[in-house]
Design a protein around this ligand. Structure first.
Ligand SMILES: [Zn+2]
Length: 241
């Protein structure tokens, strides 16, 4: 149990991704006294059926600010365009600098098995940014920072090779999670044909059924993170010691 508040950082490709896949997890930890920072790599401003991207971008800024307020978190967004997120060292160092500045204990981001190129790019950018942030020899304005845990939450667009390694009980924050989702027009319905609100509400129930909670969020661990070092198998430790 930490003595002082820690920081959870969620990094999503488009405004709304972090909320869909991690707002319940964020609420759970901000309610427990920790800080949370939400980094949106783009505002997800393309694809509105009637609004120009520059108009929709202004709406997206208000939506992420409202959802951050509801989560008790801080929102940051970068100036990259929806659909055109570059996978360059410049972007990786920009995220590295934000990690060194915010000093999160834990980062949640997209799994790489995604149908969306910006999600794949975000996964790769974050992976290298975490590595860059940890290197003392890489001199930046802020000192190096090592992130303790990296997890990949469930996202309907990132399911290729994803698996549920960890179930988190989010029953107590579920109504507030749905309120966060409703602060985005595309999740409420009318922008996309995908039924976001119904999907993520039902997903909490499905993951809850599988884990014995009323509502649960499922997360994937980093490949290799489940490896354990044991002297004997659990339950078969030497007799009488
Ligand atoms: Zn997205």
């Amino acid at each position: 149990m930490p003595d002082t508040p820690q920081t959870l950082m969620v990094i999503g490709a488009h405004a709304g991704d972090a909320e869909n896949m991690a707002a319940a997890t964020v609420l759970k930890h901000t309610r427990a006294g920790h800080a949370a920072v939400i980094l949106h790599m783009t505002l997800g401003e393309a694809g509105h059926p009637s609004l120009l991207p520059e108009v929709y971008a202004e709406q997206r800024k208000q939506e992420v600010a409202e959802s951050a307020r509801l989560m008790g978190a801080r929102a940051i967004w970068l100036a990259y365009r929806d659909g055109e997120l570059p996978m360059s060292d410049e972007v990786k160092l920009q995220v590295c600098d934000l990690i060194r500045q915010e000093r999160p204990t834990t980062i949640l981001t997209h799994w790489r098995g995604s149908c969306h190129k910006d999600h794949v790019a975000t996964h790769e950018i974050v992976r290298d940014a975490i590595f860059y942030a940890s290197l003392p020899a890489l001199r930046r304005d802020q000192p190096a920072h090592r992130v303790c845990g990296v997890y990949f939450p469930e996202n309907w667009e990132d399911m290729d090779g994803w698996r549920a390694d960890l179930y988190l009980d989010v029953t107590d924050v579920w109504p507030d999670y749905l309120a966060v989702l409703r602060s985005h027009e595309f999740i409420r319905g009318g922008v996309s044909s995908f039924r976001y609100l119904e999907y993520y509400d039902a997903l909490g129930t499905v993951r809850g059924c599988l884990s014995g909670f009323a509502k649960a969020a499922a997360l994937m661990l980093q490949p290799g993170a489940w490896v354990r070092r044991l002297r004997h198998l659990p339950g078969l430790e030497p007799v009488g010691r």
